[in-house]
Ligand binder design. Structure first.
Ligand code: GDP
Ligand code: MG
Length: 162
């Protein structure tokens, strides 16, 4: 096993959906309601014969936590346990204050960070992801976790960093 990859992002960006796609089983709970994943979830991912642990940090949230403490807990776990962090944003919502808040925290570490912009389901939406350059986390990579688009390119980058 090459290392550990953590998914970080505000509720409802699609962390659990991407997690399930990457580990190939429905292990993390996906729901339309933000904040449904209750357990901290680990899974084993594989790409081009390379195995890695994946953490869905959305699983660490507790009931009644406010956004800031929830995100702080996610980022703390990701930075402690992961070798590579994937920050996930939502292409359909566009860049939010929450994204800026999370990106600032991640920038303070020396961990390699990949910026993936989820829900980029079609060409029109993909064209809008360039706003996310402003987060200062490098090139935003478009993915659609429900359709599987862009996931191969993202995994190629993950493997390079592990
Ligand atoms: P989490 O809170 O970050 O774990 O987000 P979830 O994985 O639970 O997903 C939240 C919602 O976004 C669900 O309704 C998903 O079906 C939806 N979703 C996830 N990925 C995509 C995607 O690539 N495209 C679209 N259109 N919806 C998505
Ligand atoms: Mg979740």
């Amino acid at each position: 096993i090459r290392g550990t990859v953590a998914l970080v992002g505000h509720p409802n960006v699609g962390k659990s959906t991407l997690f399930n796609r990457l580990i190939g089983q429905r292990k993390s709970i996906v729901d339309d309601q933000p904040g449904v994943t209750r357990d901290r979830i680990y899974g084993l991912g594989e790409w081009l014969t390379q195995e890695f642990w994946l953490i869905d940090t959305g699983g660490i949230q507790l009931e009644d936590q406010d956004f800031a403490s929830e995100i702080n807990a996610q980022v703390e776990i990701a930075l402690e346990e992961a070798d590579v962090v994937i920050m996930l944003c939502d292409a359909q919502d566009g860049m939010t204050q929450d994204d800026i808040f999370i990106a600032r925290k991640l920038q303070k570490s020396n961990k390699p960070i990949l910026l993936a912009v989820n829900k980029a389901d079609n060409e029109k939406i993909r064209l809008g992801i360039y706003d996310f350059y402003q987060l200062g986390l490098g090139d935003p990579m478009p993915v659609s976790s429900t359709h599987g688009l862009g996931v191969a390119d993202l995994l190629d980058e993950v493997i390079k960093l592990l």
